[in-house]
Design a protein around this ligand. Structure first.
Ligand code: 6IA
Length: 142
């Protein structure tokens, strides 16, 4: 299988869910090559590393979105970068799955929740998230 998957998750928006990202990336690997494994790295903090420039990250990530067949975004932690990536993928006509877990009664941004082009899936447990991922890929194949 040579499907390419762009996984998006908050970095400077906050790393509270980084362990969930890494579990999702591991699960997604059964469906194809995940281009953005670093997003799940526990070593990557909100401060990030300074070894590469922001310009490099931006150019590389846009390039990867272009190369990707699908985008899967974990959107529970609000992140400007993830929102930008979702919009970019939409403009490139890529299927986008947004996985959302409600935290502290906070609702998902209407700019994501209200977009009928996106696949929005709410989950509570990790198992539910995997079911939503399975459903998303089935919907693409069918
Ligand atoms: O606004 P945010 O930082 O939360 O945006 C997060 C999203 O932007 C993720 O889905 C990433 O794809 C992308 N992104 C933001 N910062 C980085 C980054 N910096 N590296 C890769 N993608 C990023 C960290 C430094 C690096 C040397 C590991």
């Amino acid at each position: 299988m040579n499907r390419k998957i762009y996984f998006a998750g908050s970095i400077r928006g906050g790393r509270a869910d980084s362990e969930i990202y890494s579990r999702m990336i591991a699960y997604l690997s059964a469906y194809g090559e995940v281009l953005t494994e670093h997003v799940g790295s526990q070593a990557l903090t909100a401060a990030g590393e300074d070894v590469v420039t922001d310009e490099y990250i931006f150019q590389r990530d846009i390039h990867w979105i272009r190369k990707a067949d699908v985008v899967v975004a974990e959107v529970s932690t609000p992140s400007i970068g993830v929102g930008y990536e979702i919009a970019t993928a939409e403009k490139m006509h890529k299927p986008v799955l947004c996985l959302y877990r409600e935290k502290d009664g906070r609702k998902l941004s209407a700019m994501i929740a209200g977009n009928a082009v996106l696949h929005i899936a709410q989950y509570a447990t990790f198992e539910e998230a995997t079911e939503e991922i399975d459903r998303f890929f089935r919907s693409l194949d069918g």
